[in-house]
Design a protein around this ligand. Structure first.
Ligand code: UDP
Ligand code: MG
Length: 325
């Protein structure tokens, strides 16, 4: 069996060498068991010397393939590029910052051998800030109510999909990619095991609070139109409240005569209604924006340098080949 390691790298010049040493050690252990390995590293437009480091690795080790983007296209795009250039029967997707312990690869390959198409490593949240852990918990509660596929807390991009899962993922050509959800959407027999979260080896996480928030919203919005439905219900609920309140005012006026004071009520009603309209418009706008991006049909990434021959990029409508009549 050929196992491909796919790792997106953004500003990882300090760790990528160490990362490769570690996975290379695992490769040596797997060789006697009849497993070959290839390494696909994607430089996501790093600002440091990650590309130079990758070029050196490729010189020293012929199993290394690298793809370097023309600019930073984001981790999702890097993952996609990695999957496209991996030819393994199984693909191990992992971060290059050594937060995903390479020694777990053996266990994953083992479970894959038992017939699972997706082996998923689930990270425990020990050693993480309390706020982040709590936010994550609340978020997953909420999101799983709204989204069709099941998203599990702690399940990230450390997993081993089989060839047919990878092919299925590559057939999902949407521009807005939320791979956690895509992997869940694909299905196939899956198994999950837990591991202890490791501290980042070097540098710092590129996630800010804002990018996490946006990522969370992406997860919510990229899988169905239930938020639109929720907006509709909210509007209907508000209409009902308004109706009841109006009836109450009219009855009160008939019984007690007209009372003029009501400044607070009016202001509250006006601002609340306006706020709700803004929210609903925002939700609609989000979906329209997504349609806009999909329709443009731009490639997910542009390649600046690579040692892989085949660098085809698919448009949202299939491979670029398909577009030629
Ligand atoms: N990464 C990437 N492009 C980006 C940001 C991150 O390819 O724009 C890579 C990064 O090099 C690492 C992985 O994605 O291998 C996870 O990134 P990070 O460690 O910053 O995220 P966290 O571990 O906090 O989720
Ligand atoms: Mg990390």
């Amino acid at each position: 069996m050929l196992i491909a390691i796919v790792a997106p790298c953004y500003d990882e010049q300090d760790v990528i060498g160490r990362f490769h040493d570690e996975v290379q050690k695992v490769a040596e252990e797997l060789l006697p068991l009849g497993h070959d390995m290839e390494f696909v590293y994607v430089d996501d437009g790093s600002r440091d010397r990650t590309l130079a480091a990758l070029e050196r690795l490729a010189e020293l080790d012929s199993r290394v393939r690298y793809v370097s983007f023309s600019r930073n296209f984001g981790k999702e795009a890097a993952l996609l590029a990695g999957l496209r250039h991996a030819s393994g029967d199984s693909v191990v997707v992992m971060d290059a910052d050594l937060q995903h312990p390479p020694e777990l690869i053996k266990r994953m390959v083992d479970l894959r051998g038992q017939g699972y198409d997706q082996v998923i490593a689930r990270r425990t949240r020990s050693g993480e800030g309390l706020t982040r852990a709590v936010t994550a918990r609340v978020y997953y509660r909420l999101v799983n109510r709204l989204v069709d596929v099941e998203l599990v807390d702690g399940v990230g991009d450390f997993r081993l999909p089989s060839r047919r899962v990878v092919d299925a993922i590559l057939d999902l050509t949407e521009y807005n990619r939320f791979s956690k959800g895509l992997f869940a959407w694909v299905g196939f027999p899956s198994t999950t095991f837990e591991y202890e979260n490791a501290v980042r080896a070097h540098g710092r996480s590129s996630w800010s609070f804002r990018s996490l928030l946006n990522y969370g919203l992406d997860g919510l919005l990229s899988f169905n139109n239930r938020p639109l439905r929720a907006a509709l219900y909210l509007g209907m609920g508000l209409l009902l409240c308004t109706g009841l309140y109006t009836a109450w005012i009219v009855v009160a006026a008939l019984v007690n005569g007209v009372e003029t004071p009501g400044y607070v009520t009016i202001i509250t009603a006006v601002t609340a209604a306006a706020a709700m309209q803004m929210i609903m418009l925002g939700i609609i706008g989000e979906y329209t924006g997504r349609i806009y991006y999909e329709v443009k049909g731009r490639p997910h990434f542009l390649v600046k340098a690579t040692n892989v021959e085949r660098t085809q990029d698919r448009t949202p409508y299939g491979t670029s080949k398909d577009l030629i009549p």
